[in-house]
Design a protein around this ligand. Structure first.
Ligand code: 5GP
Ligand code: MN
Length: 312
């Protein structure tokens, strides 16, 4: 069921023991929004704990309080009176779902999240879930410490490609500005997030060599087989290297993470790729979306190209 900002805020304020989570394959917005929310809730005297059922890429592990994130263990239970799911619908939280039977509150900015069966406050116009967490913190009258601001700014920066993508709106920059006042160092965050090892930069050459063009150069794809993909801790940003090609509307990256397990990222300048992703079992935003294709790499490539072709 869809609920309003104020209803979501009231549900959070009424709870005392809050389990905070976000999606598997966590990105900067998932880690930033959950860690910020945990600190905000604790500052209000509540007990709060972040669980995420996955590992995060190295560059996000430097975020304040990252080391407190727990991963659910087999058969584990956690005493909570609210399960707060950020930056995703509840189907992408893995075994966190098994930790508690507490009521669920879902706060998200993905247009593909329809709130089936849970209370959902969704703001598809928001650039990042961290925008919504910032607004909630202000509603609660919480103090935004430098650590909280760092987490929130990271989510804003990573979901907007450092304030370049079409989801960057006046509110996004206004919040970023406030966060800098609260103690954020933008250069520190960008250095930390964009840091790559020598092997990763060298691997980019292999990635660029995998470039293929389709549909009169309107679609560009990078296709990384397992041998290439395993060289990288993260492929974040790779797609941006081909998105910029002047003829390209849709750019995609397929990464073979394991046999029959291919991760897909898409970016577009016009086509609604959230619909393409949703059709293939994933989701996201109009201009940035993704999915997982559980099939061999060659079949994943064919399936994706056909689906993009239909959307063009
Ligand atoms: P990225 O390409 O950066 O991994 O993801 C782009 C956007 O699509 C993000 O907002 C991300 O949350 C969403 N997304 C990526 N993969 C999936 C998926 O498998 N399912 C859903 N529902 N959303 C996804
Ligand atoms: Mn997000």
């Amino acid at each position: 069921m869809l609920i309003t900002f104020r209803e979501a805020a009231a549900k959070i304020l009424a709870a005392n023991k809050i389990l905070v989570t976000a999606h598997i394959l966590p990105d900067g917005d998932a880690i930033g929004s959950t860690l910020a929310m945990m600190q905000i809730l604790r500052s209000l005297g509540k007990s709060a704990q972040v669980f995420i059922d996955d590992t995060a890429r190295k560059n996000l592990q430097a975020l304040p309080h990252f080391e407190e994130i727990q991963r659910p263990k087999e058969g584990e239970r956690f005493d909570a009176d609210l399960l707060l799911i950020l930056d995703t619908s509840p189907d992408r939280i893995g075994n966190v779902r098994k930790l508690t039977d507490a009521p669920v509150l879902n706060v998200d900015h993905h247009v593909t999240n329809k709130g089936d069966g849970v209370d959902l406050y969704v703001e598809p116009e928001a650039a990042a879930t961290c925008e919504l967490v910032y607004n909630l913190a202000r509603e609660f009258g919480a103090t935004i410490t430098p650590d909280i601001a760092t987490c929130l700014y990271t989510g804003l920066a990573t979901d907007t490609g450092f304030f370049q993508f079409s989801n960057t709106r006046a509110e996004t920059l206004a919040i970023a500005s406030e966060l800098i006042r609260c103690g954020v160092s933008p250069n520190f965050i960008s250095e930390q997030i964009e840091k790559k090892t020598l092997a990763e930069v060298q691997g980019l050459i292999d990635a660029l060599n995998s470039l293929k063009m389709f549909y009169d150069d309107k679609v560009a794809g990078m296709i990384l087989d397992y041998a290439t993909a395993k060289k990288f801790d993260s492929t974040e940003g790779f797609i941006d290297e081909i998105r910029v090609i002047d003829t390209v509307d849709v750019a995609f990256l397929i990464t073979e993470r394991a046999p029959n397990f291919c991760r897909v990222s898409m970016r577009s300048k016009g086509v609604d790729v959230s619909k393409v992703a949703a059709k293939l079992g994933g989701g996201g935003h109009i201009r940035a979306a993704g999915c997982t294709l559980k099939m061999p790499l060659a079949e994943a490539e064919k399936t994706l190209i056909e689906a993009i072709g239909e959307a063009l």
